[in-house]
Design a protein around this ligand. Structure first.
Ligand code: AMP
Ligand code: GLY
Length: 415
């Protein structure tokens, strides 16, 4: 098989590393890829939003299957276009991807299909939004409706913080179009976890649960990011709750989409929180999580390409998982998730046995690797316990003598 992977981050690098182990995979192309991916696959300089360019590339290069990493091309209708051209793509249509692309759509959908989630209301008017906040009190959560790379969520501890978030989104248009509608929702307390599943129409095949660390600093402090590290599986979520999440959340969602005439194909990601009433949805994503993928795929025993082919053909891929745990810690550019510098030389990661390095925002420039994004690297490891895997990762990170311009959290997998 010739495979095209669309995207440029750590998630895509992890998908490529996994595909590279498959016997049935002949060539892997990545558009546009990054500095690390270029060492393992053929990177082609086509932007992930250049849907026509990707369609043409897939046709010219006899691509058998396309896998899409990021959300933006999904919302731009990449799957619709590939399907129109008779090209195989493992990704949801624009309409099905709205489950991630519009939080107000997702909220209304969850209400309609009785999927457990926080109570919420949608606003376009700042005064009305503030009155609602006033009536509900704090803590309360303010979310931009559209796609803003995981950064459009403000968990407000006080009413004033919530008012400020409303003003930033609806008045100052901080998130432009993506923030002209906002969702204000009830604050839920509990441990979060991610459950991703391979989905085709009504068939749902969950992966092992993972936990992302979204806040920028240790002890979950500071603003939300795209994710600063992750581990899998998650021992504090019981089997019973996983079954509940599969049946009452993922299954209901895909059946709801079928009823709406929008069957889902691709990865459905449920961001969940363990409340006293059981798991509830914080968000749906319609793609592999980043950095969850980087810790989940290394534990998958099956060939990834075979899994995707099976799922697309309506078969059960019979997923098998390693017994152990895996941990991944993101090395980010100083300043992330706000402004940061690009073009800073990437530190050498010496090889520590059993640790692996995945590239996110890196590119090759004049023969060396430099930063090209906020989340630059992920150092990961697998072992038979979370502690041992985290020890290996932090041992590898400690060997870096020059971290200037970069930082990482010290508490991933150590809770
Ligand atoms: P999201 O991008 O919707 O996943 O939100 C980012 C993060 O904000 C989540 O991982 C949670 O930590 C937090 N968050 C979002 N919604 C809520 C909520 N209703 N209650 C508590 N925390 C939330
Ligand atoms: N790790 C969160 C996300 O992929 O959106």
């Amino acid at each position: 098989m010739n495979i095209l992977v669309v995207g440029r981050g750590g998630r895509e690098h992890s998908i490529v590393m996994k595909l590279a182990e498959d016997n049935m995979v002949t060539r892997i192309y990545v558009a546009p890829g990054n500095g690390g991916i270029a060492e393992q696959a053929t990177c082609v300089p086509i932007d992930e939003m250049d849907v026509e360019g990707l369609v043409n590339f897939a046709k010219r290069n006899a691509i058998d299957l396309t896998i899409v990493g990021p959300e933006d091309p999904l919302n731009a209708g990449i799957a619709n276009r590939f399907q129109e051209e008779g090209l195989k793509i493992f990704a949801p249509t624009r309409e099905a991807a709205l489950l991630e692309g519009s939080k107000s759509f997702a909220k209304a959908f969850m209400k309609k299909y009785e999927i457990p989630t926080a109570d919420a209301n949608t606003f376009t008017n700042a005064e009305e939004a503030k009155q609602y906040i006033d009536s509900k009190g704090a803590p309360i959560v303010v979310k931009a409706d559209g796609l803003v790379a995981g950064k459009g969520v403000i968990v407000a501890e006080t009413k004033d913080q919530a008012y400020q978030a409303v003003d930033e989104m609806l008045v100052a248009k901080h998130f432009a179009e993506a923030g002209t509608t906002i969702v204000i929702e009830e604050f839920l307390a509990g441990n979060e976890f991610t459950l991703m599943a391979f989905v085709h129409e009504k068939n749902v095949f969950p992966m092992i649960p993972a936990r992302d660390h979204k806040r920028v600093f240790d002890n979950d402090e500071g603003p939300n990011t795209g994710g600063m590290g992750a581990y899998a599986p998650v021992a504090d979520v019981s089997n019973e709750h996983l079954i509940f999440a599969k049946e009452e959340i993922l299954q209901k969602a895909v059946e709801g989409l079928m009823k709406e005439g929008q069957p889902f194909m691709g990865i459905l990601y449920a961001g969940l929180i363990m409340t006293e009433e059981g798991p509830k949805v914080i968000e749906f994503n319609t793609r592999f999580g980043d950095p969850e993928t980087q810790v989940v795929l290394p534990l998958l025993k099956n060939d990834l390409a075979q899994v995707l082919v099976d799922v697309m053909d309506g078969h059960n891929p019979q997923l098998k998982w390693e017994e152990g745990c895996s941990v991944g810690v993101v090395v980010a550019s100083e300043g992330y998730p706000d402004a940061y510098r690009k073009g800073v030389r990437i530190p050498e990661i010496s090889s520590v046995d059993d640790a692996f390095t995945i590239h996110g925002g890196t590119k090759s420039e004049g023969g060396s690797l430099v930063s090209n994004g906020g989340r630059v690297l992920l150092v990961g490891a697998k072992d038979d316990s979370l502690e041992k895997a985290a020890d290996t990762v932090y041992e590898a990170l400690a060997l870096i003598d020059d971290m200037k311009g970069f930082f990482y959290r010290r508490d991933i997998g150590r809770n």
